[in-house]
Design a binder for this molecule. Sequence first.
Ligand SMILES: [Zn+2]
Length: 233
Amino acid sequence: MLLADFSWEEVKDYLKQKDDLIIPIGMCEQHSKHLPLNTDTLIAEYISDYLSEKTKILVAPTFNYGVGLPCDRFYPGSTSIQYKDLRNAISSLINWWELQGFKNFFLISAHGDPFHLKALRAAGEGRVFVLELYDINMKGVLEKQKTAKHAGEAETSVMLYLFPEKVRKERIEDFETAFEVFKDYLNHQKDNPIPNSPGCQGYPTFATKEKGKKIVEIMKENALSWIQSHSQE
Ligand SMILES: [Zn+2]
């Protein structure tokens, strides 16, 4: 159920029943040579639609930009807004909706940059709930990684399951940076391109559709219990 498909009168009726709104947060960011720039957007929208179907909560238009790692600047097409811009933009949008009676805002993100998530949370304490979709336990699903990494085994598996036609299978390459080194990039302390990196972290060559299905099921279960617990507050 998309907010933008409704007329204002229909939204007014919706507000008599519910005061919740889902906001998918997208990103325009390189995802190595094998995935499109809107990978995070596609996944956030997919889960948002699933949550809407289950809970009948409306989904707002996707906010398509976020905060990215400075080292991604050099990959053509990638872009980023600044921390305060993201925080202020989300906060501005919410201020209007709040005035009309919306109370709880569920921000769904598949992009894990720490400053990005912090900006989303800072957009409104007590009214904004932020879900990072990969913040789940994938134990027993992944072979080569313990956690989701950028365009790695987990994310590529999810794309192979949900949007196989968007995965350039012949372009998949593994690339690993030791966390000791990568953490400076993750914390925005280094802004040079990571030498020789195709743009991913981890082992996307180990990605499969089957793993993707399992991860998406865990994501759905986690997201549904998360939204149900907060929408009753
Ligand atoms: Zn991603």
